[in-house]
Design a binder for this molecule. Structure first.
Ligand SMILES: [Mg+2]
Length: 358
């Protein structure tokens, strides 16, 4: 193991307790041969219960990402190297683009023209088989189903660049796109859009997990970066190592990270008694959805654990009012008053529930 990466087991709890969200690669970090590993799926559910948002970021096409965005307990998938985001809202899949409609329509025409030029001018070149699901880039297959030699790959890259595109070579495809977006800009965009948080301002509080050479930029950017064990297969080509490396490969490695994060996530919370039968919970760095999930979990735990008194079991329920501190709040009392209104709403609506008032 290189000196630059240390065993994830040695990562201090205090660092993990600061984490407000997880950014992760998909292929060979959560999945094996294109299918999510059961350990990774369970780990995503654990992170959700702990109130930690997870954003998956991939160079894969929008169409490829769609079923996963629907099925996985995840906040969003950012696909096509930062160009498009897929997320669920009220049971519906939403798709949003980093570029505006006019730019995208214009680029779509140019992408098709460049694709035709590559096929015409580079002998043996074929478009990647996942091209139908791509909306903001083109991919030329060099090693997935087709074989292009280094000279042909270089010619494809040069041709794309001469047309003003960004071009990268992955282990299987040459990808080309118009615009300055990348995985990092995609992460910044969707975290701000969905969670209202600033990834740059909180750089040390976002944990990134990846497995390959194309994760190096993220490893470099995020101080809390973790490689799953299969990253070692790229040891010879890697120039930037993550801070930490897991013992387990792929989904099992991701699950090791998730377990420790979930255990730490709520250690920052403060519980205080503020009345005869009223308690106050402070959940620092928690989104509205995260607070609702913590509330739901409390309700479930209380329902399942009857109170034993004087030889008989009593089911106890609670009513929870939740709110979040806003920039315009004059003082703590204003926030508490809002939480109190939410609490009375929860009681009025039938108790044993959590109500959020913004
Ligand atoms: Mg990968």
């Amino acid at each position: 193991m290189p000196a630059a990466s240390r065993p994830f087991a040695d990562c201090p709890d205090a660092d993990l307790a600061q984490v407000v969200g997880v950014l992760t690669d998909i292929d060979d970090t959560l999945t094996h041969e294109g299918a999510i590993e059961p350990e990774a799926l369970a780990a995503l559910a654990d992170l959700r219960s702990a109130g930690l948002p997870v954003i998956a970021i991939t160079g894969r096409p929008m169409g490829w990402s769609e079923p996963f965005a629907r099925a996985w307990p995840i906040d969003a998938i950012v696909a096509e190297n930062g160009a498009v985001a897929l997320f669920m809202r009220a049971g519906e899949l939403r798709i949003e683009y980093a570029q505006d409609d006019i730019t995208r329509t214009h680029n779509a025409r140019r992408l098709a023209e460049v694709a035709q030029r590559v096929l015409r001018e580079v002998p043996g070149a074929t478009l990647a088989r996942d091209s139908a699901g791509r909306v903001t880039d083109i991919a030329v297959d060099h090693s997935e189903f087709a074989r292009l030699d280094d000279a042909a790959i270089a010619k494809v890259v040069a041709l794309m660049q001469s047309e003003g595109m960004n071009a990268t070579v992955s282990s299987i495809h040459v990808n080309g796109w118009f615009g300055d977006h990348d995985k990092l800009s995609g992460a910044r965009w969707i975290v701000r859009r969905l969670l209202g948080r600033d990834v740059e301002a909180e750089r040390g509080r976002w944990l990134y997990v990846g497995d390959s050479t194309n994760d190096q930029r993220m490893f470099e950017h995020f101080p809390l970066s973790v490689g799953v064990a299969n990253l070692m297969r790229f040891a010879a080509q890697l120039h930037t190592w993550p801070a930490w490396i897991t013992e387990g490969e792929r989904g099992r490695g991701f699950a090791q990270v998730a377990q420790r994060l979930a255990a730490q996530a709520r250690d920052v919370d403060v519980v205080a008694r503020i009345g005869g039968e009223e308690f106050l919970l402070l959940l620092p760095g928690t989104s509205r959805d995260g607070a609702l999930r913590v509330g739901e979990r409390l309700l479930a735990q209380l329902r399942e654990q009857p109170l034993n008194a004087a030889g008989s079991a009593h089911t106890v329920t609670v009513s929870i009012g939740a709110t979040q501190v806003e920039a315009g709040d004059a003082d703590t009392a204003a926030v508490l008053a809002r939480a109190d209104r939410a609490l009375y709403r929860a009681k009025a609506d039938g108790r044993d529930r959590v109500v959020f008032l913004p």
